[in-house]
Ligand binder design. Structure first.
Ligand code: KG4
Ligand code: ZN
Length: 350
């Protein structure tokens, strides 16, 4: 990756990489072909399984990945009309994520790679998210370096990307991730899981004038985030207005969503000013948020790239794509199976 954000143009031989994502509550598999692009993908979401708990239950997640991973592989091969023997590499999410869930994907991927005698490739879940805007064959590729806003259920980070694996973290959440705050605020108002889409839908009928929520850590320098105070502010507003009418829910949802969007926008603008890099990729589940996409695309003085909504939340395509890039660079997983609950992005090798 030297001029723009893809190495695949320079890959002379055809490679087909199976990508396997099991870091949280989605079992996602896809096959990426270095000549033809994405051949196909399958995705199974455990949302219904965890909905009653208002969040992901790790042990239930692992068991459900075990149940689904083999039939989904068979379904994917059929969809792509290819055989296991046609695969040249197996990429899997090695971290960060839920340990048990990661182990399911890692052991399955490693066993498959062994049996086919092809390389296995460890993929960093957040690196895969940030490369996701580049999956589509006709994707507009940003020049390097660029800034990435990674906003998911587990992470909120601003990262300077100099090359694949060459990242520096400019700022991150000191407490909750933005997606986690969406999920918790939705839960306190009795909205469904995952909270992001539920809050966005409720906010459509919200009165913009009724509540103004704080924009945490925007009044001091730096690029770190904090969402726990906003969560507490939301809880206090909920308590002060109980029992909530549907209009109360809409108004709180509006104020909360608006505050998160504004906060992310302010920090992105600051990151661009501070680095002088006017290119931003946004990725991760929260980047599916329509208001955030609109705000960054219209008000940020920068080129903004974001994945199609299907590649914003967890999926196998981003793992297959990131795996293909790393395989093309000659990377192979070591013999031992590594899974990491925590894996800071700046520890990645380029
Ligand atoms: O990237 P992702 O699928 O999984 C993790 O790696 O965490 O992100 C899931 C998070 C959840 O917290 C969910 O509420 C949030 O992304 N999310 C959204 C939207 N869609 C998903 N947040 C705001 N607006 C959305 N439209
Ligand atoms: Zn994710």
């Amino acid at each position: 990756m030297s001029e723009d954000a893809s190495d695949l143009d320079s890959v002379s031989c055809l490679m087909r990489v199976l990508g396997i994502e099991t870091s949280c509550d989605e079992t996602g598999l896809a096959i990426f072909d270095t000549e033809s692009g994405l051949l196909g993908q399958v995705l199974y979401s455990q949302i219904d399984l965890h909905a009653d708990y208002g969040g992901v239950v790790p042990e239930l997640a692992s068991r459900d990945h075990i149940r689904k991973i083999k039939p989904l592989t068979a379904e994917l091969l059929k969809q792509c009309s290819i055989q296991l023997d046609d695969l040249d590499g197996i990429a899997y999410t090695s971290g960060p994520g839920l340990m048990g869930a990661l182990l399911v994907g890692a052991t399955f991927a490693r066993s498959l790679a062994w049996s086919l005698n092809v390389p296995a490739i460890e993929v960093h879940h957040m690196e895969a998210h940030l490369l996701a805007p580049l999956i589509a064959a006709d994707a507009d590729l940003p020049d390097l370096p660029f800034i990435a806003l990674l906003v998911s259920g587990g992470h909120t980070q601003l990262v300077q990307v100099n090359d694949v694996g060459d990242h520096s973290i400019l700022g991150e959440s000191v407490d909750d991730a933005a997606g986690e705050a969406f999920d918790k605020v939705a839960k306190m108002m009795g909205l469904s899981y995952p909270g992001g889409p539920a809050i966005s839908i409720a906010a459509v009928d919200g009165d913009p004038m009724r509540f103004t929520f704080p924009r945490p850590m925007t009044d001091r320098p730096g690029l770190d985030f904090s969402f726990s105070g906003l969560k507490t502010h939301s809880l206090n507003t909920v308590k002060a207005n109980e029992p909530l009418t549907s209009q109360d829910i809409a108004d709180i949802a509006y104020a909360f969503e608006h505050a998160v969007v504004e906060t992310l926008f302010i920090k992105c603008r600051r990151a661009i000013e501070q680095t002088g890099i006017p290119r931003l990729i946004m990725a991760g589940g929260v980047s599916a948020n329509t208001k955030l996409r609109q705000k960054l695309a219209t008000d940020l003085e920068a080129e903004v790239f974001y994945p199609p909504p299907e590649f914003c939340t967890d999926n196998g395509a981003m793992i297959a794509y990131a795996g293909a890039i790393r395989l093309a660079r000659g990377e192979r997983a070591p013999l031992e199976i590594n899974t990491r609950a925590r894996w800071p992005m700046d520890q990645l090798v380029s």
